[in-house]
Design a protein around this ligand. Structure first.
Ligand code: ACM
Length: 553
């Protein structure tokens, strides 16, 4: 009797310990399958990191990332191979990986004397490494040596893969110019969250940001404007040039660096070159490509949306083909985004040449003229080995053949029904420039036309549209958050708008739909923001500290 009671007590005690341990795991996005076991692996100065030869770069990324905070001179070694036993230490390998994990999945096994990350691809291994970081104390992300923390990793068995293959983030570098290191900061933050598509909004009315060798005035003239706009305190922004003009641009060498930096983090870049509208900055450099003679001025205050290319001039297509040639060479692909949103059709309506073109081509209205324009551009993009993607409006007047659609104001169902791939970025759930709270007066300036997009609302976002039938759902590639920067004068404000909402979006796009649990997400987020603190990433503290209503219930 006595021993039986003791046994029962022991069992319930064990269960409590188990539950407490589960509570300490705080991985975002939540993995598909986790089993927690007793014990820990203790990372030490002598821990060996073994890799197969194909996985050297991922191994190096791991050891270099662990070095600043631990101070351990960890090195990778390929010596283990040839032996069948799992060595003491950390092993990264693609050998004997389960291909069912898919192109981004991985398996992570932590035992007291070994850690094995096994994945069919380097992307999967990389995500396994990201999860491993999140099994360590948050201080692992410190850029300074940390001496008072035990680098213990709980014993776990994790199998993981993403729900969606497009887990994106868009940064508008036209309205506010972000420097190359600032862009790389975002790429690192994306990697932490297993996000894999960086949509780089490089051109718009308010600044042209990418060097095009054949058209130097695009950046000599189009990359600069007289002032920040929207009444910014000039001191609040870093984007003033030495002569007091606001702006900046990336040289082609900068772009190559960023592409490489992203690729090392398994992030694909989608460059966006806006057309036929949102082209004021381009037209300020080459006004002859517009329907009127301008002048075109990339100002934040005066008449936005008036810059539109003239499709009745062959010169316009020569210019755009040249630009797209250079863009296609810089970005390995697969997509080039051609914008297509918010085209000010009045200008085409008032142009005798555009009206004559429409008559000649049998186009009934300006929507069909945009469609005609888009089809020509698509041929140019395809001929350069890329696929075209554009905003919802490219659907109007008939969609070009191989185009993918970024749904910000609808169209997912029609596009998928016609066989096109779709990325979901509905304003109500995916616009990081929207206010994060109903109490706007307590917030820094944000987009004035929408929201609030609270953290809870973001977490409640379901990327699969309810009206897309099962047989078409494979066309929904995933979702992305968009940070427009009309109201954002610096990196810290940009981070404030992005985090922690991007943490929620990462989970929405990666984790299983039925694992969504707001209370557990908030529990994990308390720990996750300590990682952001270590990384010096700004975020909206109130979203973590002040509970929001649970819309999931
Ligand atoms: C957009 O927000 N105009 C795509």
């Amino acid at each position: 009797m006595k021993t039986k009671i003791a046994g029962l007590i022991f069992l319930s005690f064990a269960a409590t310990i188990f539950a407490a341990n589960i509570n300490t795991l705080a991985i975002i996005p939540l993995p598909q399958k986790i089993a927690l076991h007793d014990g820990t692996f203790n990372l030490a100065a002598g821990t060996r990191v073994y890799v197969d030869s194909a996985s050297r770069a991922t191994g190096k990324y791991l050891t270099e990332r662990l070095r600043p905070s631990t101070g351990y001179p960890l090195k990778t070694s390929t010596k283990y191979f040839g032996s069948t036993a799992i060595p003491d230490g950390i092993l990264l390998t693609t050998k004997n990986a389960d291909t069912k994990l898919g192109p981004e999945g991985y398996e992570l096994t932590v035992a007291t004397n070994s850690i094995v990350i096994r994945a069919p691809t380097q992307a999967g291994l990389f995500y396994g490494v990201q999860t491993l970081f999140q099994l360590l104390p948050p201080e692992i992300f410190s850029t300074n040596l940390v001496s008072n923390v035990a680098w213990q990793i709980p014993c776990v068995q994790i199998e993981d893969w993403p729900r969606f293959k497009w887990r994106g983030f868009m940064l508008d570098v036209s309205r506010h110019f972000f420097s190359k290191p600032e862009v790389e900061t975002f790429l690192d933050a994306m990697a932490l969250h297993k996000m894999n598509v960086f949509h780089w909004h490089l051109t718009d009315d308010h600044g042209w940001r990418i060097e095009i060798k054949k058209y130097p005035k695009l950046t000599q003239v189009g990359a600069w404007r007289a002032g920040g706009g929207f009444g910014f305190d000039p001191k609040s922004t870093t984007a003033y040039g030495p002569d007091g003009r606001y702006g900046g641009f990336y040289t082609q060498d900068d772009v190559r660096d960023v592409v490489k930096y992203a690729a090392a983090r398994h992030i694909t870049i989608v460059p966006e070159i806006e057309m036929p509208g949102h082209a004021t900055a381009a037209l300020s450099a080459y006004p002859e490509l517009g329907c009127t003679n301008g002048p075109f001025e990339p100002s934040m205050t005066a008449g936005i949306f008036y810059g539109i290319y003239d499709p009745a001039k062959e010169q316009t297509f020569v210019f755009l083909a040249d630009v797209l040639t250079e863009v296609a060479q810089l970005f390995p692909g697969p997509y080039i985004h051609i914008g297509g949103d918010e085209v000010p059709k009045e200008t085409w309506k008032n142009s005798a040449d555009c009206q004559a073109l429409m008559k000649r081509e049998g186009l009934k209205n300006e929507e069909e003229l945009q469609s005609w324009f888009t089809r020509r551009i698509e041929k140019i993009v395809n001929a350069r080995g890329h696929s075209m993607i554009g905003w919802s409006e490219i659907l109007q007047g008939g969609l070009a053949k191989n185009a993918a659609v970024m749904d910000w104001i609808g169209g997912a169902k029609e596009a998928a029904g016609a066989g096109h791939d779709v990325v979901m970025t509905p304003t109500a759930y995916c616009y990081f420039d929207f206010y994060q709270s109903t109490n706007q007066t307590a917030e820094p300036k944000a987009a004035a036309w929408g929201g609030p997009l609270t953290l809870n609302r973001m977490y409640a976002f379901e990327p699969m549209p309810t009206n897309v039938p099962p047989q078409l759902q494979s066309h929904i590639l995933g979702a992305q958050g968009n940070l427009w920067t009309e109201q954002i004068p610096n990196l810290k404000h940009a981070e404030y708008m992005t985090f922690p909402r991007a943490c929620a979006l990462a989970e929405v796009t990666w984790s299983a739909k039925d694992s969504r649990d707001w209370d557990d997400f908030m529990r994990r987020l308390q720990i996750h923001v300590r990682r952001l603190d270590e990384l010096n990433i700004n975020y909206r503290h109130a979203a973590v500290e002040t509970p929001e209503p649970n819309l999931l219930k």
